[in-house]
Design a protein around this ligand. Structure first.
Ligand code: PCA
Length: 198
């Protein structure tokens, strides 16, 4: 199974972004999972564009995007991508959408296709603080999630917000991504066993 993980470049005056830094600790391969990682620009326009381009090339079996939520204490497994943009600060291209729909023709929201409740429970069992979140905000992270979920169908795909490194060590975030990947791989093996329709 191949899983594409994305993290973001720094933004809002920060010098680094743990959402990408924690991905640097992932091995290329573990427990039958191939890890592919990429850094995305904090840009309403370019982040989804880059992600969808890379998905066409890599053809992953699952996609997990990460972003920083500076005010949160735990990993937030986002349940919902909302068709809405309302930026407190400009993105790294200087764009600052206010009170706008991301896609005037699109549905109000998409649910993540990741099993967020069992994943959060599994992470907690592993001693990693995690919870399900019902809002990814209205900035670039939510935009990326909405655009991703618009194209994935039933493929496991979603978004996890990480806290600041003062609240959670990068190594813990990395371990959480490895555990999440192992769970998705186990699920896909199970599904694989039952999926043959003849
Ligand atoms: N967090 C921002 C965008 C980039 C990031 O790491 C967000 O939550 O929208």
């Amino acid at each position: 199974m191949k899983i594409l993980f994305t993290g973001f470049e720094p933004f809002d005056g920060g010098s680094s972004n743990p959402s990408y830094e924690c991905l640097k600790g992932l091995p290329p391969m573990a427990d039958g999972v191939e890890f592919v990682t990429m850094e995305l620009p904090v840009s309403f326009r370019r982040a989804p564009e880059r992600l969808l381009e890379r998905m066409k090339v890599e053809r992953p079996d699952a996609v997990i995007c990460l972003g920083l939520a500076a005010n949160r204490e735990k990993l937030s497994l986002e349940k919902v991508g909302l068709n809405y943009a309302h930026a407190r600060i400009p993105d790294n291209d200087g764009m600052q959408p206010r009170d706008l729909l991301l896609d005037p023709a699109g549905p109000a929201a998409y649910f993540s296709t990741l099993p967020v409740v069992p994943l959060a429970e599994m992470l907690n069992r592993e001693g990693i603080p995690a919870e399900v979140s019902l809002t990814a905000g209205a900035y670039v992270c939510n935009c990326l999630l909405y655009r991703l979920l618009a194209v994935v169908g039933t493929m496991p795909a979603g978004f996890i917000h990480v806290p600041r490194t003062e609240k959670m060590a990068l190594e813990t975030m990395t371990r959480a991504m490895m555990q999440t990947a192992a769970c998705l791989a186990a699920e896909s093996r199970k599904r694989g066993n039952h999926a043959i329709p003849f």
